[in-house]
Design a protein around this ligand. Structure first.
Ligand code: LFR
Length: 492
């Protein structure tokens, strides 16, 4: 029997979960949950790094009260963000920027004047997104070159692990989201780094997932009255952990969506695919467990619901729940309004209902008259977008998908799962909800030898957690079929 502690931090909340692995089955106990989000200071948005560290300590304390003998601690977070540390004092230099901070806007043209967009994709295989670390570092270097002297950065999960006693390395799956990694060698692409003009010295050593990365610090051992707990490098990019925990069929082709703040839709492949077509379609080659490549694309996901609810809670109803928003959508006419869920105007925090309304007015969809129509537009447009992107994935990889696995918190949204099945006209297998934490825990199990490999880990998921299958509804499928061309012209 083994007990591991997973910290899984998403853009809107974080949690600490103990996983008990016994006779090939994993059981979860949530010990801590906390809110997360951007903090504004002087016109930029940041993550409250010291607060996040405190939450980890609280989580660890609560975990030890339940399970005094922990065999490991693993941390995963969202990708692309980083923390700088001074080489002299060891202290962090400033709160880490939030990836939705607008400062990266004109960093793109700056970077592309040194290495073209196409070359950057050819080197790294990473889809072009303004929030990628390469643009963040370029903007950071321009504004605060002093941060790059006698210092180094760590990617977010390892920067948090370091505060608990973790070593000064960064784990491969998260490094792959920087847009600065060679997906074949799985090391920094120094040519890209040199051409962008970033100092090599600030880059950390990259290590593989499912390896050991330090021990809980002596100070914390004393404070918490515990022994030396190993800190384990997991698939520290949350999406790598989530994809690791997909209860995939053992044969045949399968595709996934890791559904949370973002919806990441893709497949697992063995070698990176970097063609003009995959670049045009914004497919990325991120690092996975067991040497796999996560070939996927980012879709705006629950962010659209989260920001809409945040606004309405502030403006109208402080108690508004997602369940109520689902009811509002169900009471609204399907496909009356459609939007491009990935439109650039939806990326940064702001008045999402207004932006959705503006999108409709600007794209010939007419003026949105009520709140239900806003929510309905998000639902239908996400489902249709998933369909378009699954079709693209199938054509890029030359395969046909008979079913789609959806994992993560987004699977709690039954209406979205059903509409996705309707749009795709194939069954959607939804669950587990806690896939990211499960992938984190099973990577720890792999590091300690308790689980042999990724295939064995996925078997544990199948043996331990229930999933729910949503089958397409014919009438809704026909309705979506009738609207697909209209949708495509909006989402181009
Ligand atoms: C999901 C995720 C995505 C990444 C985005 C920004 O939580 O990690 O994979 O593209 O957040 O980091």
């Amino acid at each position: 029997m083994k007990n591991f502690l997973a910290f899984d931090l998403g853009a809107s909340s974080g949690r600490g979960i103990i996983g008990k692995l016994e006779n090939g089955k994993l059981t979860l106990t949530e010990v801590h949950r906390f809110a997360n989000g951007p903090t504004e200071q002087g016109g930029s948005i940041y993550w409250n790094y010291p607060q996040l560290v405190e939450e980890l300590k609280t989580g660890l304390k609560k975990a030890l009260a339940i399970e005094p003998a922990l065999d490991g601690i693993g941390i995963d977070t969202w990708g692309v963000d980083y923390v700088f540390f001074s080489n002299t004092t060891g202290r962090f230099l400033r709160w880490p920027y939030h990836y939705r901070d607008v400062r990266t806007g004109n960093a793109e043209s700056d970077v592309w004047s040194k290495i073209s967009k196409q070359e950057l994709y050819g080197h790294t295989g990473i889809q072009c997104m303004t929030l990628n670390t390469v643009y963040q570092l370029a903007a950071h270097f321009r504004e605060h070159p002093e941060d790059f002297k006698d210092s180094h950065f760590l990617t977010m999960p390892d920067a948090l692990a370091r505060a608990l006693g973790g070593d000064d390395t960064s784990e491969y799956t998260d490094c792959s989201t920087t847009n600065l990694l060679d997906p074949v060698t799985k090391e920094w692409d120094w040519e890209v780094i040199d051409r962008v003009g970033l100092p090599r010295e600030v880059f950390p050593k990259i290590v593989k997932p499912c390896t050991f990365g330090g021990t809980l610090s002596e100070e914390l051992q004393r404070e918490l009255g515990c022994g030396p707990i190993p800190i384990i490098k997991v698939g520290s990019h949350d999406t790598a952990s989530a994809v690791g925990a997909v209860p995939a069929p053992t044969s045949g082709n399968w595709a996934y969506i890791s559904a949370g703040t973002w919806a990441l839709l893709g497949a697992e492949i063995d070698e990176p695919l970097r063609t003009a077509a995959s670049e045009k379609e914004s497919f990325t080659n991120e690092g996975g467990l067991d040497g796999k490549i996560r070939f996927l694309t980012n879709i705006m996901g629950s962010w659209l619901f989260q920001e809409t609810r945040r606004n309405w809670r502030e403006q109208k109803d402080p108690e508004l729940s997602f369940a109520e928003m689902e009811r509002m959508a169900l009471a609204s006419e399907p496909c009356r309004y459609l939007i491009n869920p990935n439109d650039a105007s939806f990326v940064t925090p702001g008045d999402m209902p207004q932006r959705i309304s503006d999108f409709c007015a600007d794209h010939g969809e007419g003026a949105i008259v009520d709140d239900g129509a806003v929510v309905r537009a998000i639902y239908d447009s996400l489902a249709l977008y998933f369909r378009c992107k699954l079709e693209t994935l199938a054509s890029l990889l030359g395969v046909k998908y008979q079913c789609l696995n959806v994992v993560g918190g987004g699977t709690k949204d039954g209406l979205l799962m059903q509409l996705t099945a309707d749009a795709l006209n194939i069954p959607v297998v939804a669950g587990p909800v806690e896939a990211t934490a499960i992938g984190n825990l099973l990577a720890q199990a792999m590091a300690t030898g308790a689980v042999k490999d990724l295939a064995a880990a996925r078997q544990v998921v199948k043996d331990s957690f229930e999933v729910r299958t949503y089958r397409p509804n014919e009438a809704m499928h026909a309705l979506y079929n009738g609207e697909i061309e209209r949708f495509k012209s909006l989402a181009k």
